[in-house]
Write a protein that binds this ligand. Structure first.
Ligand code: MRU
Length: 355
């Protein structure tokens, strides 16, 4: 997507360096950071310099390619296996991370003891994961766009735009497509505490594309739904279980319940790499619990231009920080994938998932 007229992807590999858009600094400053080794790349995933299911999937894959380039000839496969564990242990919920790491690991293992071929195959596989993610998200936009009628007022939660993937995004891709097709849409953007991916990233992406929008507090979407000001909700997903239950950013479930109560269609947009065929239901999806300090404090830019942390709760008081929740399949109107829109049912999932 375009940033001030220049096309960027969220993550890419240059030689043996992983390049990432520095997401915690957005929307205040736009910058690129270099990750010279797979260990730096793993840190960037756990500290959320890069975040979002598809983006961390491509970053995990790129980290594996780095590991293959770094690994010594003797002990090559042990080094690579160890790197896979390091990268897998960064964040537990997004299925795309495990998909991306496994795709590169398989490509490496397929070369047996030909180390030079394994290094080349790793780089090629990482590029393929990234290109596939971008292509899937563009196709999600084409499949989802016809659902959006001219004049629709949309709602989304967290950031499932291009920063959460390699390009285009999932939930925002149909909105970008509708806007580019000339439909008049308006997007209510949930701020998405505690890390504010909605107010920082989604709002920034929509303004780059000049899509009319407004940021709202997380607890305001129910008001807009009940008063008839939201026609459709589209959110992304970090993992979809085999029965169609959907894990997404904390707060999604509450939104889905209120949408159902008000007869508003609640769609989930995700590439099929987000579906986990080995996860029977939402109860089996691991939910990441992050530091309670993310709830006690908020980060932002002061009017003097300093990036600062401020306390928004008693300093050492108890706090909890689950990063995701599960929305049961029956609340989901459909899953918009790169292969088309499928019902959130076991048959729907099995018709598109990748093994
Ligand atoms: O914790 P994050 O920012 O990595 O959360 C992931 C997400 O971006 C959202 O849950 C999003 O809605 C899913 S689509 C990648």
């Amino acid at each position: 997507m375009l940033v001030d007229g220049t096309h960027f992807r969220t993550v890419w590999l240059e030689g043996s360096t992983v390049k990432l858009i520095d997401q915690p600094r957005l929307p205040h400053t736009f910058g690129i950071v270099d990750m010279p080794t797979h260990k730096h790349t793993a840190d960037a995933i756990s500290t959320m310099i890069v975040r979002g299911a598809g983006a961390i999937g491509a970053t995990g894959a790129a980290g594996m390619a780095q590991a293959a380039l770094e690994a010594p000839e003797s002990g090559f496969h042990a080094y690579v296996a160890d790197a896979a564990r390091t990268l897998e242990n960064t964040r537990p919920t997004a299925q795309n991370l495990f998909y991306g790491i496994k795709a590169v690991l398989r490509a490496i293992q397929a070369q047996g003891d030909d180390i030079a071929a394994a290094r080349d195959a790793a780089v090629a596989a990482a590029r393929e994961v990234a290109d596939d993610d971008a292509a899937c998200c563009e196709a999600i936009g084409q499949h989802g766009e016809p659902l959006i009628q001219d004049g629709f007022r949309m709602n989304t939660h967290c950031n499932a735009g291009w920063l959460a993937f390699v390009d285009w995004g999932s939930a925002l891709s149909p909105m970008f497509a509708a806007h580019r097709a000339g439909k008049k849409i308006h997007v209510w953007v949930d701020e998405t505490r505690p890390r504010n991916q909605g107010s920082r990233l989604t709002a920034w992406e929509l303004s780059q594309e000049r899509v009319p929008h407004a940021v709202i507090a997380d607890n305001a979407s129910g008001h807009y739904m009940r008063t008839g000001q939201i026609d459709m909700v589209i959110v992304g997903s970090d993992r979809i279980a085999a029965n169609g239950d959907v894990a997404n950013k904390i707060g999604t479930y509450s939104s889905a319940v209120v949408a159902k109560a008000n007869g508003i269609p609640f769609y989930v947009a995700a590439p099929t790499t987000t579906i986990d065929p080995d996860c029977p239901s939402g109860n089996d999806i691991p939910i990441e619990e992050r530091s309670a300090d993310e709830v006690r404090y908020a980060w932002g830019w002061s009017d003097e231009g300093r990036f600062i942390r401020v306390r928004v709760a008693p300093p050492d008081g108890p706090a909890r920080n689950p990063a995701f929740d599960v929305t049961p399949a029956e609340l989901v109107a459909g899953i918009i994938t790169e292969k088309g829109i499928v019902p959130a049912t076991p048959a729907g999932m099995a018709s598109v998932w990748r093994r």
